[in-house]
Design a protein. Structure first.
Length: 158
């Protein structure tokens, strides 16, 4: 799954329809704009199986479009192979982190470094709150956090 002599990152949230597809799209655009997208495998997934096959939330897609970013992602659940093939699995909150670390305990060939995406936030906002039950403003907040975090993550891994 990893790009030849490249790096790989999987963004994860509960349902893979709000936060993680925004982070994936933001990071993909940053990598593209930096001319390094061909050096990365970039994806997103869910800890749950609730939304498999669904498009991202319409409010998240609208937020991305306002910032000139498109996404054709379909929700999927994190697999055992993800832990073995991705360099980084970056999640949004403590619940995601706990779920991922529990699943990682059963992986023999664990490769992925599992972290909170917010650990890269220069404003030290560690948790990226789920905007699902919120407003367009909450999706914009998620977008802004993802921009800050993905920028630092890309810089540290370039």
């Amino acid at each position: 799954m990893a790009a030849a002599s490249g790096k790989s990152v999987l963004f994860v949230c509960l349902g893979n329809i709000c936060r993680s597809p925004i982070a994936e799209a933001v990071f993909r655009k940053m990598a593209t704009d930096s001319g390094v997208v061909d050096k990365w495998v970039i994806d997103s997934g869910a800890t749950s199986d609730w939304n498999i096959g669904s498009f991202p939330d319409a409010r998240g897609l609208a937020c991305l479009r306002r910032h000139g970013i498109d996404s054709d992602h379909r929700a999927r659940q994190v697999t055992k192979q993800d832990f073995e093939s991705f360099d980084y699995i970056l999640c949004m909150d403590e619940s995601n982190l706990s779920d991922l670390k529990r699943k990682a305990n059963s992986i023999k060939n664990l490769k992925a470094k599992i972290e909170l995406l917010g650990s890269y936030d220069p404003e030290n906002e560690l948790i990226i709150q789920d905007p699902y039950y919120g407003s367009d403003k909450d999706f914009e907040t998620v977008y802004e956090q993802c921009v800050r975090c993905c920028s630092v993550f890309l810089e540290k891994n370039s």
